[in-house]
Design a protein around this ligand. Sequence first.
Ligand code: C2E
Ligand code: MG
Ligand code: MG
Length: 611
Amino acid sequence: MSGTSEGPTPAADLNRAVITHSDLDAPPCAEPLPYRSVFAAAPLAMAVVDPEGLVVSANATFGALLGTPAEKLAGSVAADLMELTSDARSWHSYREVLGGRQARLRCTRRLKHPEGHSVWAQVTVVPLPGEGRGVLLSVSDITTRRELQARLRHLQMHDPVTRLPNRTLFFERLTAALDAESYERGGTGRIGLCYLGLDGFKAVNDTHGHRIGDRLLTAVADRLTRCADEAGYARANTPLVARLGGDEFALLVEHSTGTEQLADLAESVLTALQGPFDLSGRRLSVSASIGVVERHAAGTTPTALMQAADTTLYWAKADGKSRWTLFDPERNAHRITRQALASTLRPAIERDEFTLEYQPLVGMADGTLSGVEALVRWNHPQFGTLTPNRFIGLAEEDGSIVQLGRWVLRTACRQARRWQLDHPDEPPIFVSVNVAVRQVWDSDLVTDVAESLADTGLAPHLLQLELTESAVMGSAGRPLQALQALSDMGVRIAIDDFGTGYSNLAYLSRLPVNVLKLDGSFVRGFQYEERDADRPSPADEVIVEAMIQLAHRLGLTVTAECVETSAQASRLRGIGCDTGQGWLYSRPVPPDRISELLGSPGVRTDVAGTP
Ligand code: C2E
Ligand code: MG
Ligand code: MG
């Protein structure tokens, strides 16, 4: 028999050796002697326990494990020695084994040694053969293994640079905190997170090297830990500080009391990081951006919380860095819509989800309809009708503006030609089409325009293209050639939103430009009625008047955007503005409405739609 074996072996050996309860209970000279001495000297801690749960006999190893001489253990309650009563499941199983109704119990216990240290014990309880013989309790000391495991776990769960909990441990804690059982047990049922990124950390690494970079991270970690400790001291709940990777840290607040608590924490972190860091003689300063999320634990997942935190950190950086920003569901919804829109733009063009509305351009002198501006709308199946400011930027970013712009151009030309054919007795109206910068750079605009005109039969002088000042400013090479080619073709070029950019008329005059569209922000200042002879003109008006005069001298005509009131219209007329566009005349309308206007006898301001 081998006394060192674990598990069921001691029981099996004892079985074969027929050690009985009374054998072990008997005086030392009783038979069979070899087995008794093997039991006594075995390196595995063992004790025989009677059916009442009292220790009958324990070996020396058992005594050593508990720090009590083996002979003093006889009569002790075995369950107390092994702390088997501390959890209900083990306690139940133990009694089942004692009563002979269960074959085995195995559990792990952390025992307190009288010398003060802890002993991790793996306890096995098996019945001794024969009815009512009691059980054999064997105990392996697994302290070393446990400690090694704990050390390994610590290494796996901590960041070697800052010694803070790492991403793995952070997510373990977060997951546990969001577990329903945990927050339903008590506390506030809320959770908060400060997700922090250092501003410009990459530059520190690049200029000072990784060693200094690492020192900075460690110093930051220390300050964060101090903030968390102070917050914990005030609230009796210390936030967990973790390094999530790179220059990103997190402070997790379980059972948070509301956004205010998180705001205070974020504020204290920013303050703590304000002072410079002394890193082996080098003084470095660093700021941080923090995304703050605070919400009910119920219904939140670690992924959702981290996504919200990530987005909010991004906002904090985008809003100018060195600040904390609170998660804003509305801003997030906007972001999600942006993403949803971006991903469906291209297919939407193929699915024909775009339409054009047309806004009248009216001669200021006589109120006649001279042209229309084509304005694109997206009839989104989910979000309803969207105006261009929701998607033109996205389309420019991902390049789908080229395809969309081509569609707009063709549709607008076809429509203008349609009006002309439907109203042969009226002077034809021109159509003005917005062109994005990328269309000039990334596509063959000249060919697109030529084809659209040829295919629809629209005369080139009935097409106007609107480009923004910034799009044509500094243009040389390809864009300038394109503008020149279009102009040579007879197509008119207008500068859209004039006055918001460089407003360099002298420069513009050298380009093949025909029309200036004065930005709405200028027109907004023209609110009052006829000029009062005694009152000096406001600076705005003097500037605009001079601008119009100069434009005329350079051979350009001027269109005012956003004319909303008749007062504005009369002031603009007074200073020589040629054409007006705005709600005073008409909102952008579907093509049929323009047909109606063309059909009506003389288009006047009073018939051109309702503001
Ligand atoms: P924009 O070219 O300056 O067009 C004028 C914008 O002002 C239009 O907005 C129009 O509805 C609005 N507006 C007109 N009259 C008034 C008024 O009296 N008061 C006020 N407050 N607003 C007025 P919309 O349709 O939302 O278009 C916005 C911008 O989107 C356009 O500004 C243009 O830059 C761009 N856009 C529109 N359609 C296209 C297109 O087909 N291609 C490209 N690349 N851009 C387009
Ligand atoms: Mg425009
Ligand atoms: Mg404009």
